[in-house]
Design a protein around this ligand. Sequence first.
Ligand SMILES: Nc1ncnc2c1ncn2[C@@H]1O[C@H](COP(=O)(O)OP(=O)(O)O)[C@@H](O)[C@H]1O
Length: 231
Amino acid sequence: MRESPKLFRPKYPKAEFANAPVSSEPQFSDEFQPLRERVIAWLKLNVPETRLRHILRVERMSIELAIRHHLDPEKAAIAGLMHDLAKFFKPDRLLQMARDEGLELDPIDELNPHLLHADIGAVVARDEFGIHDLDILDAIRNHTLGRPQMSLLSCVVYLADGLEPGRGNTPELEELRRLSRQDLIEATWKSADSSVKHLIHARHLIHPRTVHTRNWFLQTATQRPRKSSYP
Ligand SMILES: Nc1ncnc2c1ncn2[C@@H]1O[C@H](COP(=O)(O)OP(=O)(O)O)[C@@H](O)[C@H]1O
């Protein structure tokens, strides 16, 4: 009999980190800067300047959130910098690469192949830039639709993509930014909620992964012990 696959359950921290010290200058490895320069040179040839500016803001916010929540800022920087590598790939190319990669396609992916840019971004990160760290690759893959049980690094890049300063200053965004600094789980739940609301308002098809992500994070956030019981 085949063994059932082990369910990956990331350990989400119980406490909030609103008061964690934020160091402005994280220490990166010697490999980081040359890699960053190579990625930016590649991006300059493959995405317009406005998108590059968004990517750099996502990189910055990913680093800040990682520091605040005691995650690895270098991994956050790399995932933030690489999250939109495939943003301007044509629909046929995205679909072909997804099939070559053996990705399971939802009917919504076929109708809106642009949504595959996140999964395919991870393929480019691996093949073009030699990234093999699964946490980084997953954070790139999950940045648009999220995924139930995704890691906190994935939450960081998902939130930074939607909440970086260039996204605007509505009260809803400001509240989500505040929440993202306090509690990654609740912020991910409420960002997925917000994304579903906007898609309904715009009469767009909703990819089921966003709904699954929203349900997972809602359950996780509301089933944790009450915050007042933490030290
Ligand atoms: N769950 C979803 N279902 C369907 N479409 C979505 C979903 N999430 C995002 N989209 C749409 O896919 C596009 C890409 O999303 P995103 O990667 O967040 O783009 P951007 O960085 O350009 O805002 C957007 O047009 C968005 O409306």
